[in-house]
Design a protein around this ligand. Structure first.
Ligand SMILES: [Fe+2]
Length: 307
């Protein structure tokens, strides 16, 4: 009898989701048109895309801060969702026609594995459910062809209701559950953590949103935090990184509070190999980095920068 093929995570990407970068791309799916904008991030995504799509993944998993669920962890649970996604803050930049294909089989496997380890999980089966812009932007920037099915995962609200530490512990468990389910599925998976880093931002917009003469870090302290966490990523020190994330959440209002990064690092078993930074830049003052983890056994570099 042939042994079943064990699935594996072939890479993970910190894949932030400001709608501005899709606006800057001028893709036909997005109605508002720009002249340009936020190139460092868009070109960073372009390079990450080349590296990660070359791994021929069967599925892309995304954990999004903008699908918040109060009770438990929810998963897109129908083979297809389509509609118009409008960003609630930036309807002038993001009105996106989406047509999302879902790997329901893997989503159900993760939900089941989660229940077994004590997490509350639920499948989203409402055909009129509006997929959030975090899921859409991260997936679109990594695979604008949308020809690979996704697994969409909500962010449970426990860090907001209880504490940063409690929320992060949930995400670490969810990451382990996700890894086990992928192994059982026999599939090759890429994970996307749809998180911005420092998150204080401007509250007014220039007349031309893509006027890059107005784009810069909001505050030096947030920038220093971003550099510190990126440094730990580049040096493969993700266990230290996970230990300081709760502090990062408080001091820089970081969006990692929603748990996407902790989920992904846990699923990758807290890599000690170097992450590659594809790009860092601000969007309305918030810190955004496109960062990739490729296991050395699957072609990634095993060199770690030293001080
Ligand atoms: Fe966000």
């Amino acid at each position: 009898m042939r042994e079943a093929v064990k699935g594996e995570i072939v890479g993970g990407v910190l894949a932030p989701h400001p709608p501005h970068i899709v606006y800057g791309e001028n893709h036909w799916r997005n109605e508002p048109k720009s002249e340009c904008g936020w190139e460092v991030l868009r070109w960073g995504y372009e390079r990450a895309r080349k590296d990660f799509l070359a791994k021929k993944p069967d599925v892309i998993l995304v954990h999004s801060p903008h699908w918040q669920t109060v009770i438990g962890h929810h998963f897109l649970g129908l083979p297809e969702f389509h509609g118009l996604s409008v960003d609630p803050i930036f309807p002038n930049l993001f009105r996106f026609q989406y047509d999302v294909k879902v790997d329901v089989e893997l989503a159900e496997l993760i939900a089941e594995e989660g229940r077994r380890s004590g997490l509350i999980t639920k499948m989203m089966r409402n055909p009129n459910f509006r997929v959030d812009y975090g899921t859409i932007v991260s997936c679109h920037m990594m695979n604008p062809e949308w020809d690979i099915p996704i697994v969409g995962i909500s962010s449970n609200n426990s860090p907001y209701y209880f504490s940063n530490e409690m929320g992060q512990a949930q995400m670490v468990e969810l990451g382990q559950v996700t890894k086990r389910a992928i192994e059982k599925s026999g599939k090759r998976a890429i994970l996307l953590a749809s998180n911005t880093l420092s998150h204080r931002h401007f509250t007014t917009e220039p007349e031309i949103p893509e006027d890059m003469s107005r784009e810069h870090v909001y505050e030096h302290s947030g920038y220093l935090w971003d550099m510190q966490v990126i440094d730990l990523m580049r040096k493969g020190r993700t266990k230290e990184l996970i230990a300081i994330l709760p502090e990062f959440m408080d001091h820089a209002v970081s969006e990692v509070k929603a748990g996407s990064l902790a989920w992904m690092l846990s699923a990758l078993d807290f890599p000690d190999y170097a992450a590659e930074v594809y790009g860092y830049w601000t969007v309305i003052g918030t810190g955004n980095a496109v960062v990739g983890w490729q296991p050395p056994s699957l072609g990634g570099s095993d060199r770690v920068p030293t001080d």
